[in-house]
Ligand binder design. Sequence first.
Ligand code: UDP
Ligand code: MG
Length: 309
Amino acid sequence: MKLLSAIVPCYNEEENVADFYQEFIKNESFFREKEVELELWYINDGSKDRTAREVKKLIERDRRVHLLSFSRNFGKEAALYAGMEKAKGDFVVFLDADLQDPPSLLPEMYGYLEQGYDSVATRRVTRKGEPPIRSFFARMFYRLMKKFSKTEIMDGARDYRLMTRQVVDAILSMPEYNRFSKGIFGWVGFETKWLEFENIERKKGETKWSFWKLFIYSLEGITAFSTVPLAFAAFMGVVFCVAAFVFIVFIIVRKLLFGDPTSGWPSLVCIISLISGVQLFCLGIVGQYLAKTYMEVKRRPIYLVKEEI
Ligand code: UDP
Ligand code: MG
């Protein structure tokens, strides 16, 4: 018998825990025919509601359900990492608790693994039900990433992914603190089949991602998988040096030819504020990378466990 581990990150998902289980377990007969056993890991990412209690109710009924509770909220990335460390399956799949990643797709996904793919990833082709500015910024982000990073990052990719043990071990071998899964999946490579589906709106509860949180996360993605912004800082330095040199020549020549009609401090003020702005901006970019490096060298654990059942 093979084993398939499902990893479900949960942050305040008390209403969804049982519904998810119901949906997921519908695949039971399909996988029994394939001689694949199931296990289900709910990763309770420091929920403040009754998520843990809901999971424990399930555990009493079904021994294949497991719970890992963090000591506080460490974020979805940490939850996925913890799940991979705990899962013993020959196959591992990530699903959201809110049923936005339909478990009914699993048989089809498994079919592709049987055909020899190493992982099956999903992307949503519509962003129905999402605020328009959010979609706009999301698209901007993916376009930027495409230019900035050698790692392939798919537009609309979800974390809903079924992988073989080999891929999971590859991902586990990347113990970085600043985790950006969409980049990590692309970075490890392997043969990936992409499935597309229409966006499904969250069943119950509300999204845990504010616009601001997503914005910070996108910066994380850029710094984690590209050093182009650093090169940009150097590039701006060169541009302004060349410009300054041209100005110097221009002023000297003018002085020699026409005497000294140098006038106006307004132009000076503009130039100074422009250049100091660019300097601070570039310093900020360097600071971003420094901060990420700082967090990385601290070697803090990615998550802390409070309870495991
Ligand atoms: N999640 C988590 N920790 C967090 C935020 C979210 O474990 O800090 C989980 C959440 O419970 C859900 C999944 O990550 O199962 C996706 O979150 P959500 O549905 O809020 O994001 P969206 O689908 O709106 O992008
Ligand atoms: Mg969701």
